[in-house]
Each structure stands twice: as C-alpha cells, then as structure tokens.
Design a protein around this ligand. Structure first.
Ligand code: BG6
Ligand code: MG
Length: 218
C-alpha cells in the first residue's frame, strides 16, 4: 500500500478568494485601459502576482516603467487584502473542512502548495493554520506555477515521493505543475477548463469516502 501525501492549493480550492483576486485585478486592468474578461481571469489563476500583472499588460498592449509596475502590484494587493481582512471561517469552500479532517484522522500527511504570499494571513483568518503539516507558499518558492517547484518542495517536506502525492487545484497552471511533478492531479471546477487533470470534481462535497478507499487499494 502506498503512503499517500495530500497537497492543497489555497485560492479557489480551500477558500473562495479567486473572486477577490478577480475583482482586484479587474480594477488594475481598468486603470490600464483594459476590460479583464472571465476567460482571461482563468489564465491568471494559480499564476504569481508579478506574472499576473505581466499578462494583463500584454493583453492591454502597453508597457509601463518598473516604478509604475511596482505601484500597481502594491495597489492590487492593498485592494485584495481589504477583502481578505473581512474573511472568516464562512469563506472556507463547501466540504473542505470535513475532507481535510477525514484524511488527517487517517494519518495522511497534508501540505499547502500555493503561489500566494498572503497564504499564512488567509489561513489564520479562516482558522485552518493547524490543519497543515507544512506550508509551501509564494514566500518560500522562487519558480511560479506551472513550474512544479511548489509541489515538489511540499512532497519533500512531507517525506512522500512525488508519485505518491495527490494535488488539489482549481487552475490550469496548477494542474500543469502537478502533472509535471509526476503527481496525481485533481481539478476542482469546470471539466472544460481542467481537462488535463487526472480527475475533476465540482467541489469537495463530491469526493466521498469511496474515492479515498480506492486510493488506499492502489
Ligand atoms: C494564487 C492565485 O493562488 O496566488 C493567483 O490563484 C495569485 O491569482 C497568486 O496571483 C499570488 O497570490 P498573492 O496573494 O501573493 O498575490
Ligand atoms: Mg488556485
């Protein structure tokens, strides 16, 4: 029987912060004279703050100075944190708490693998800090998703081989990173968008005990 390790993305998987990122980036894009679409926003999910702004500038078709670039990054994060600071445990996505509690009871190791530099603050706000054996986030890795670094460091910290890790992701970039790391990828969201994942579910409420039992048999 394999020793499985579980790695969770944060934004859009554990908490409903993907919509806050969208609102904040929409404002940035507007100030740059660009209307950010839902489809473009999908391309920003899982992507680091710096790379997200680079993409928006590309879509807007403009170049700005390094100084303005940094000011936009700061402004975006300030706007984003206004939403984050109002978060409570009510912002944990449906089924997540029960799912992580269940796997922890079964003694599986659990990691966070997020691109966000705000990850510790968010986990504190929603009261989930203690649920993770290791936290790998935008403060501890240098290469952004779709690079597999964040998940490979997570696996190493858990002491589990990459091929025995299961990654939960809501973004195309994150699924690509998990696949590159040689891990089992589970998409949460739309099958059309997350088609490269090994499995796709709408939410954790759909992932029942049977799914974990099947994994245990592999
Ligand atoms: C990812 C989000 O989890 O973190 C991205 O999906 C975000 O949208 C990235 O850009 C970086 O987050 P932060 O909080 O450091 O700006
Ligand atoms: Mg995400």
């Amino acid at each position: 029987m394999k020793k499985w390790g579980f790695i969770f993305d944060l934004d859009g998987v554990i908490v409903d912060t993907a919509r806050f990122h969208f609102l904040a980036w929409k404002k940035t894009a507007y100030e740059l004279g660009h209307e950010l679409t839902q489809a473009q926003n999908e391309k920003l999910k899982g992507v680091s703050r710096v790379d997200s702004l680079k993409k928006i500038l590309e879509w807007a078709g403009i170049e700005i100075s390094e100084e303005r670039f940094n000011t936009f990054l700061e402004e975006k994060n300030k706007d984003y944190l206004e939403y984050v600071n109002k978060m409570t445990s009510d912002d944990i996505l449906p089924g997540v708490f029960d799912f992580i509690s269940k796997i922890r009871k079964q003694k599986y190791p659990v990691a966070l693998g997020s691109a966000s530099k705000n990850a510790p603050r968010i986990l504190e706000k929603v009261g989930l800090m203690q649920m993770f054996d290791t936290i790998v986030d935008g403060n501890s890795v240098t290469k952004a998703k779709p690079d597999p670094e964040v998940f490979l460091v997570g696996a190493e910290n858990l002491g589990v081989d990459p091929e025995n890790c299961i990654v939960f992701e809501d973004s195309e970039a994150g699924i690509e990173a998990a696949n590159k790391a040689g891990m089992t990828s589970i998409g949460l969201g739309d099958k059309e968008i997350l088609g490269h994942a090994d499995y796709v579910f709408n939410s954790f409420k759909e992932i029942d005990a049977y799914f974990i039992e099947q994994l245990e048999k592999i």
